[in-house]
Design a protein around this ligand. Structure first.
Ligand code: 8X3
Length: 258
């Protein structure tokens, strides 16, 4: 039997677009209370009415750049009392920047990926998980990638950040063993979001080619897996979900329609 999400506090980072926004919507449909952060508060505010109409029982939006250690610490330590007992944390904020040979790559791009995907993830975990342990209740769902399972050409640093996420999820699960707190890593392949546009620094034409002649995963497919993991009964820990488009076997084997 699946567990109910009604009135559960679900915190989604990077909730203003893509997988984060679709995840917020799917939790809204299940009647959750949504604690949403992103760098772009205007986008979160624009989503609010739709999320409420879909069934969100309450919403609290705030600005947060997970790269800022101080901002993560201060903002999360000062959440309104009613929003502190987080049931589900979805660590979605993350990005890729650039696709170039490691020995020629832009160091600024590395900093942004490592600061967001690895250090930002750690800062949020460090701020939220102690409360879950204290309450002996909670579920951490981290967004990984098939990029964390095998490095691919020109993506070494992005892949390394997602390999880090995978090992941090494993390490956290080990350290939480003996508590009721669960850890899931959701590891998608190709998903049609702004991911490629951001990777290619806004080059829409190049980004569009990524998704040409293939049926990529949609953000809703990932949201569906996240909510499925979150609704398993308490004795079931979904450790990792790897999902790809049917036409993608792994980062290297993709069949496109001719
Ligand atoms: C997104 C999947 O394979 O494009 O993390 O890196 S991939």
């Amino acid at each position: 039997m699946s567990a109910s999400l009604k009135d559960k506090i679900v915190f989604v980072t990077g909730a203003s677009a893509g997988i984060g926004a679709a995840t917020a919507m799917e939790f809204a449909r299940h009647g959750a209370k949504l604690l949403l952060c992103a760098r772009r508060i205007d986008r979160l505010q624009a989503m609010e009415a739709e999320l409420r109409n879909a069934g969100a029982s309450d919403i609290f939006n705030f600005v947060l750049d997970v790269r800022s250690r101080d901002a993560v610490h201060t903002t999360l330590a000062n959440l309104p009392e009613a929003w502190r007992s987080i049931d589900v944390l979805v660590n979605n904020a993350g990005l890729s920047r650039g696709l170039a040979k490691l020995y020629q790559d832009d160091i600024e791009d590395w900093e942004e990926m490592i600061d967001t995907n690895v250090k930002g993830l750690l800062y949020v975990i460090r701020a939220i998980v102690p409360g879950m342990v204290e309450r002996n209740h909670g579920h951490i769902i981290n967004l990984g990638s098939i990029a964390g399972h095998a490095a691919y050409p020109n993506g070494g640093v992005y892949c390394a950040t997602k390999a880090a996420e995978r090992f941090l999820s494993d390490g956290l699960r080990i350290d939480l063993n003996g508590t009721a707190v669960r850890v899931t890593s959701i590891d998608p392949g190709m998903v049609e979001t702004d991911f490629s546009k951001i990777r290619f620094h806004g080059d829409e034409e190049r980004a569009a080619k990524t998704y040409q002649n293939i049926d990529p995963l949609q953000p809703e497919d990932i949201a569906d897996a996240i909510v499925w993991a979150a609704t398993r009964p308490p004795h079931v820990s979904i450790q990792t979900v790897v999902l790809t488009p049917t036409a993608q076997a792994n980062p290297f084997i993709i069949t496109r329609r001719s």
